[in-house]
Design a binder for this molecule. Structure first.
Ligand code: MLT
Length: 211
């Protein structure tokens, strides 16, 4: 289902059970709104799925915010696009009728980075987040109070784009802000593995049950 009055091109799939959460699915560089629908179903078979397409084009590849080089982000653009995404989630909640207090992000790479930015700059938008292969997008001053907010992170020990040190920095930053971070390592590189998806699904089930 899509609604063209909302600012982001997106897919929305309603929840299959009363009280199930909504997963905000955020694709990686070069992806689109269709890419993570299967991941969302694997993470929680009954959840509503809200999957926007990033509005920045880098050589034709959609992203959620601009970068100046690999791993070097345009922070003004990131702040603006993080606010735009927060507005989209609120408007989508009003349009589709899902509970805005039960939105959990699931993002990969660039999508995980903007999910982390939402946590850091717009606390209150997300009730939790699964961040696959994320790094520190921005360090806000002061840090938000994340009040034990559940965050799952997974990363590859040989990921050339998101280094183990970058992963640890983000986990430490989110913990310093008060998030309850579960960190899962897989031995490979930047690709998302089945084992990470299973680990995230277990984590999510512990957070929200199987409504
Ligand atoms: C990517 O290619 O998506 C990067 O590794 C992460 C980012 O630019 O946000």
């Amino acid at each position: 289902m899509t609604n063209s009055t909302l600012a982001f091109t997106h897919q929305y799939i309603p929840a299959r059970a009363e009280g199930a959460p909504t997963l905000l699915l955020l694709h990686g560089t070069g992806g689109n709104e269709h890419d993570l629908l299967g991941l969302g179903q694997a993470l929680h078979p009954h959840a509503a799925l809200l999957s926007p397409r990033g509005q920045v084009l880098e050589n034709g590849m959609p992203r959620f915010f601009r970068r100046l080089a690999e791993g070097v982000f345009d922070l003004d653009d990131l702040r603006q696009r993080t606010n735009d995404l927060a507005t989209f989630v609120a408007e989508a909640s009003a349009t589709y009728g899902f509970d805005p207090a039960r939105v959990i992000a699931a993002g990969f790479s660039n999508g995980a980075n903007i999910a982390a930015s939402l946590l850091l700059l717009r606390p209150g938008v997300l009730a939790g987040a699964a961040l696959f292969h994320a790094m520190v997008p921005i360090v806000p001053e002061p840090l938000p109070a994340l009040n034990n907010l559940p965050v799952f992170m997974s990363a590859g020990q040989r990921d050339p784009l998101i280094t183990p040190a970058g992963t640890e920095q983000l986990a430490n930053l989110l913990r310093a802000a008060g998030a309850n971070v579960t960190l899962y390592w897989q031995p490979g590189g930047h690709s998302l593995t089945q084992a990470e998806v299973y680990a995230a699904a277990d984590w999510l089930q512990n957070q929200v049950g199987e409504e």
